[in-house]
Design a protein around this ligand. Sequence first.
Ligand code: ACO
Length: 400
Amino acid sequence: AVDMSTFTKQTGFNAYDPGFVNTASTRSAITYIDGDEGILRYRGYAIEEIAAHSTYLEVAWLLIYGELPTQSELAEFSEKVRRHTLLHEDLKHFFSALPHTAHPMSVLSAAVSALSTYYEDSLDPRNPEMVELSMIRLLAKLPVIAAYAHKKSLGQAFLYPDNSLDFIENFLKLNFGNLAEPYQVNPVLVKALDRLLILHEDHEQNASTSTVRLVGSTEANLFASISAGINALYGPLHGGANEAVLTMLGRIRDSGESVSKFVERVKAKEDGIRLMGFGHRVYKNYDPRAKLVKESADEVLADLGVKDPLLDIAKELEEIALNDDYFQERRLYPNVDFYTGVIYKAMGFPTRMFTVLFAIGRLPGWIAHWREANADPATKIGRPQQLYVGPAPRPWPAGR
Ligand code: ACO
């Protein structure tokens, strides 16, 4: 790698790199990806081993602090998160001001931005203790905000977090419990959701993480930076892809069109359609997370006794695409989002909640990167260059 600031000083040349395809904006010790080999590691540990042995909060600790926690560190961390789950009662009025048709991603980003108005005591990005407090508040409250956005869309009452439950159980209860009857925790769903969130926890300098780092580079507070990350995640080419996959599968089912005909239309780039959930900027091989998600899809659907034709369509699409020259030449493989939607749907989440679940998953990674960038003396305010291609100097029109 070339250090561009030295290169530019020495040669006077700048790099023009749309989409930052070949420009490293930072050093990072958090996540390693080898896209050609399909390898993903958090802090040196293989994603397959992490998914088999760990939990969401333990992985959050690993990403944020760099090492696995001891048992007592993890217990203390989980307890702190548990104690901060309650939302300020006034913040609940915020939800009443929004239409029930609001997209939960918009609700999520707006509510996280609003957190900075309630927690002004912890905004100072230069005070490590306050950053720690904001971090715990976010980890604890984001799932509650997400569940309230879901309940609001259904017109149902918000539940209070239940501190007798663990992190994932609590989240499922807040989404699917009601005031009339006790909530039965299904351990298969808890395990599957924990695993899906773990798989989303970090993915180095993707669009939303780069956004969080960029906003953080201005010394904006953690809530403001994470809210910006949520907005970056919203787009269908990034986190919104999981929602787009399910919409695509539903359209194929409803149209009665054969899967192979649909693939032909994708290859012909008819109306610019893409096979959503396929392709990745970095992975030019099977996304290692997609393999694990596919296993979970089979487990969850079998446990719930759900037979979803959308899963069959997804498997057929994968089979056809993996054996097709168009996808092989471009090295397009299923990414993490190809099967997640099928699982979330089986769990009972509406399609519009899918990207919200991704955001909860990605939160620890965003926090880890924000902290890493803040602690790195090499961090400067992010300020890309441009190549000016507008008009040459010209006089103001006479008489105007
Ligand atoms: N379906 C059909 N063709 C595709 C797809 C796809 N999903 N993805 C890329 N291609 C084709 C492009 O048309 C292009 O073809 P060409 O060479 O004939 O012009 C070629 O593959 C390269 O595509 P780019 O857009 O240059 O690849 P890039 O790395 O910029 O894009 C991206 C990566 C955005 C993920 C892309 O593959 C895509 O749009 N996929 C669908 C959306 C999706 O699943 N996003 C989730 C990403 S993972 C995540 O955020 C968690």
